[in-house]
Unconditional design. Structure first.
Length: 282
């Protein structure tokens, strides 16, 4: 028994003025009652771990999943790499008997209080994360408040999906996750019939169209010209693409967006260091 990714908004639930806003305790209590019934079914039909493992590995042999299985972005001078939201959802579906999702507990004063969770119905192991999301989005160096319901929904759902990923990965055994990642990497190296050069060209165009990331920015990130990109470099850039697409990182977090100052903007009267020293001696 397993629940797909869910999002519930109190703005929809509490359409009547007679209904009180959903609070954290009520939401947790309601969720617990639903899961208790599911736990009975899970006990009657326990997962076969060998079969679940086989399903996970078989899913990771699909090229479409392997391309989205990991993210990558720099932070504090280090490279952060990990399983993506898509891979976590695939693990949960194939592992079985998991209940997972994200719920909006409360929305007021331009802020949503959210709860992400993952619950193993067989072992009664639960991961829960309660967090707040301000209805704001940064654009052109400033924070802008959101008032469009669709924009708010996309913002809170995006933030919630990342917490759900963390909850799922806290439930699935670590060796299963590692095996899935290894299979996805093997699929990327052996499952591409398209020539490497063609994939590089398509990747450069996609980065430019989706995120306004130029070929030069990609070359600087990898450290060589695009004509020298290897299979591993393409895999790395695929992880970066997943990070930007899933909101794990922003473009400015990964690429250097500052432009060098043109020589024409420098003052023709600017003195060199030697000239400054000579002027001081005088």
């Amino acid at each position: 028994m397993m629940a797909d990714f869910t999002y519930e908004s109190p703005a929809t639930i509490n359409s009547s003025s007679n209904l009180k806003p959903v609070n954290t305790e009520a939401a947790i209590s309601r969720q617990a009652q639903e899961v208790q019934a599911a736990m009975v079914v899970a006990k009657r039909f326990p997962r076969d771990e060998n079969e679940a493992y086989s399903r996970i590995i078989q899913s990771c042999k699909r090229k479409s999943l392997a391309e989205q299985a990991e993210y990558e972005f720099p932070r504090g001078g280090q490279k952060v790499v990990g399983p993506s939201i898509r891979l976590a959802e695939t693990l949960a579906r194939n592992w079985g008997n998991l209940d997972y999702g994200v719920i909006e507990l409360e929305q007021r004063n331009g802020e949503s209080t959210m709860m992400a969770y993952a619950w193993d119905l067989e072992t009664n192991t639960r991961q829960t994360k309660v967090f707040a999301v301000r209805h704001e989005r940064k654009a052109k160096g400033k924070m802008n408040s959101l008032d469009d319901p669709r924009d708010i929904y996309e913002l809170v759902a995006n933030n919630g999906s990342r917490r759900v990923r963390a909850c799922i990965l806290g439930i699935i055994p670590g060796d299963i996750v590692e095996a899935a990642i290894d299979q996805c990497r093997a699929t990327l190296k052996t499952g591409n019939a398209e020539p490497l050069n063609d994939r590089i060209r398509k990747m450069i165009v996609t980065f430019e169209e989706k995120f306004q990331v130029s070929k030069e920015m990609l070359e600087k990130y990898i450290g060589c010209a695009d004509t020298a990109f290897s299979e591993n470099d393409v895999i790395r850039l695929g992880k970066v693409f997943n990070s930007l697409k899933d909101g794990m990182a922003k473009r400015e977090d990964v690429f250097n967006l500052t432009k060098p100052k043109p020589a024409s903007e420098e003052s023709p009267f600017k003195m060199t260091d030697d000239e400054v020293l000579k002027d001081a001696i005088k």
